[in-house]
Design a binder for this molecule. Structure first.
Ligand code: HEC
Ligand code: HEC
Length: 249
């Protein structure tokens, strides 16, 4: 068979192009591959939580948040009994420089993987729904664990107000309770978040609550739902609401 040199050249260049395409695909797959340590993974699938790892990691948190997340100091929030979806979102925000930053918390979580954060959220939320109270232990926090990726987005659905005003009618209307009526759709008439993204406030430290409301008001902590509400509060309103929720059982 007589082979034209021209055909050989075309054949070879196709072969070389084909091989370099394979090599390109190989390197491209390396670039886009997950690093495997979960640090930058944004898997949309929830990670299975390991409470034992959460407990082990929580040793680093005891100095400020107390054993089992029951804080003894007014400027450190209770984590014990907080909602897991909410906790996961806050920890991701601190770690990844989201809409909440803190000079203590950001370095604390800097080297934690998504898996560690899921495990810590599971551990602290496993205690119940009254912040800092061991007596609420039987009061399970049954929310499903969200995926670390979706836990970064702010809450989008505001609960219907009708059911809440019905609940509200039963509550004695002190000045603080009247102000707290504006919070009940999301934080519950009893200070327990009405959906997994809304944090529990019942029993939280007053000083910490007041600091957060001021942070939402001045924009140093950002949330599309909290910002407009906080902007309508005076320092006096904030102090009253903080004491009201802190004293709630
Ligand atoms: C040196 C003290 C200190 C240590 C240690 C510490 N934290 Fe914190 N943490 C804080 C402070 C202060 C805040 C409040 C920050 C603010 O005002 O926004 C906070 C806030 C938080 C919040 C937000 C709570 C809420 O209700 O929104 C979470 C979640 C949290 N910490 C988790 C942890 C975890 C998990 C660890 C251990 C890996 C840890 N912290 C270790 C001081 C600490
Ligand atoms: C429309 C729903 C909505 C209403 C109404 C609302 N909140 Fe919130 N609140 C949220 C959401 C969502 C967050 C969590 C924001 C985030 O993820 O950073 C939050 C967070 C907070 C926090 C921070 C808790 C923590 O542990 O750091 C405080 C304090 C708070 N709200 C108090 C109030 C008070 C007081 C009112 C009434 C004046 C109120 N909220 C009304 C949705 C609401």
């Amino acid at each position: 068979m007589i082979v034209d040199t021209h055909d050989v050249v075309i054949y070879c260049s196709r072969l070389i192009f084909g091989m370099s395409f394979v090599v390109f695909l190989f390197f491209a797959s390396l670039v886009y591959a997950d690093t495997g340590d979960g640090r930058t993974s944004s898997a949309a699938v929830p990670l299975a939580a390991d409470t034992e790892n959460g407990e082990a990691k929580s040793k680093a948190c005891i100095a400020c948040h107390g054993p089992e997340g029951i804080s003894a100091q007014d400027n450190y929030p209770h984590l014990h009994g907080q909602r897991k979806t909410y906790l996961l979102r806050q920890m991701r925000n601190f770690r990844d420089g989201g809409d909440r930053k803190d000079p203590i918390m950001t370095p604390m979580l800097k080297n934690m993987s998504d898996q560690d954060l899921v495990d810590l959220a599971e551990y602290y939320s496993s205690f119940g729904k009254v912040l800092g109270s061991v007596e609420s232990a039987e009061n399970g926090n049954e929310d499903p664990m969200p995926s670390p990726a979706t836990a970064t987005s702010a809450a989008s659905a505001v609960p219907a107000a009708a059911a809440v005003s019905e609940q509200g009618a039963a509550v004695e209307q002190s000045s603080a309770a009247q102000k707290a009526a504006a919070c009940a759709a999301c934080h519950g008439i009893d200070g327990r978040g009405t959906s997994p993204q809304f944090p529990n406030l019942t029993g939280q430290k007053a000083e910490y609550i007041a600091k957060q409301l001021k942070a939402f008001r001045d924009g140093s902590r950002q949330d599309p739902m909290m910002a407009p509400l906080a902007q309508s509060l005076s320092d006096g309103d904030i102090a009253e609401l903080a004491d009201y929720y802190a004293a709630m059982q």
